[in-house]
Design a protein around this ligand. Structure first.
Ligand code: DON
Length: 319
């Protein structure tokens, strides 16, 4: 068969190829031992470092998985683009940009200086400060109502009701003073749109939702498919918002390494400190990976290798 970009959506030979490449990506990189499990959230430190799951879901719903693709872990920062999508849907893309910013900070995900470096306190919704501000824009008069909106929306992206990882939530809630500080600083700039401590708590819950690599692939495939989840057929967001979400993922999805990632894969992507990662191939499908050993910027080492390999072999690079 050929190096067809339709491998995720097309004929059965293309599907056979996508299936074989998913298995090959897992085989090739499963023994890579570089990187470190995140430990600044105490409950994450116990994650077995050797876990590795890979899943691709096409816009047709075709699903290809290998390794630990059904293992549940907390979504962490991979939630950020999907929360931004739900917020764009709720308040409109112009207001979302105006209130959050969409430019890369070039700084680590938890940077507080990033807030000060722009004159107005905006960052972008892929870094912690902008993501807490994004969570604060969720519709609802109470933190509980905001949480319900985000929990339901994220579950629709995944195509199933996501559960909260209580151990991770409690562990992070007890140790997230830095995020609370960032949220308070945002308040000083009028760049948070709900009580800062409650908004940080909603954000902390969002990060503690359990997902699998397969869930992440379904979420990514929903963005690839114009906002309709290919597994459930449900429209989660309007098509017009996908392009805005993908734009901020390209700009800032892997923080200060977003340029390196784009150079390797040519795709919008997003990483998280528990080891999850998504990549989106518009009109074709989504990739979800889980591998908890991280590089110095908090990005999954094996996830990056698998994304690069699959993008190259399936001809997914946008450029
Ligand atoms: O706010 C935090 O630090 C975590 N809940 C999420 C950070 C994260 O996943 C960064 N990713 N690479």
């Amino acid at each position: 068969s050929t190096n067809s970009p339709s491998g995720l959506t097309g004929s059965s030979t293309a599907a056979d190829r996508a299936r074989a490449l998913t298995v090959e990506a897992h085989e090739r990189f499963k023994s890579v031992s570089e990187g470190k499990v995140a430990d600044y959230i105490p409950a994450l430190a116990a994650t077995p470092g050797a876990l590795f799951g890979v899943c691709m879901i096409g816009t047709s719903g075709a699903t290809f998985a290998a390794g630990d693709s059904d293992y549940e872990f907390s979504i962490q920062s991979v939630s950020k683009p999907f929360v931004f999508a739900l917020v764009c849907q709720a308040v409109g893309e112009d207001e979302a940009r105006e209130k959050l910013g969409v430019n890369s900070t070039g700084l680590p995900f938890n940077s507080v200086i990033a807030i000060e470096r722009t004159k107005d306190g905006t960052t972008n919704p892929m870094v912690n400060a902008g993501a807490i501000a994004a969570a604060s824009l969720a519709p609802g008069a109470t933190a509980e109502a905001e949480w319900r909106f985000l929990h339901e929306g994220l579950s629709r992206f995944a195509g199933r009701p996501l559960t909260l990882n209580h151990a991770v939530y409690e562990s992070e809630a007890a140790t997230n003073q830095r995020n609370q500080g960032a949220a308070k600083l945002l308040q000083g700039y009028d760049r948070i749109y709900f009580d800062p401590i409650q908004a940080t708590d909603v954000y902390t819950r969002q990060c503690a939702l359990n997902v699998t690599a397969k869930d992440l692939a379904a979420m990514a495939a929903t963005l690839a498919n114009g906002g309709v989840n290919p597994l459930t057929g449900e429209r989660v967001i309007d098509a017009v918002h996908c392009q805005h979400v993908l734009a901020v993922m390209v700009t800032a999805g892997l923080y200060e390494q977003s340029g390196d990632w784009l150079y390797e894969t040519g795709l919008p992507g997003k990483s998280g400190v528990s080891g999850g990662m998504v990549a989106v191939a518009p009109m074709k499908g989504g990739l979800g990976t889980f591998a908890p050993l991280l590089d110095d910027s908090g990005n999954s080492v094996k996830g990056r290798l698998a994304a690069r390999f699959l993008s190259e072999r399936l001809g997914l690079n946008l450029f």
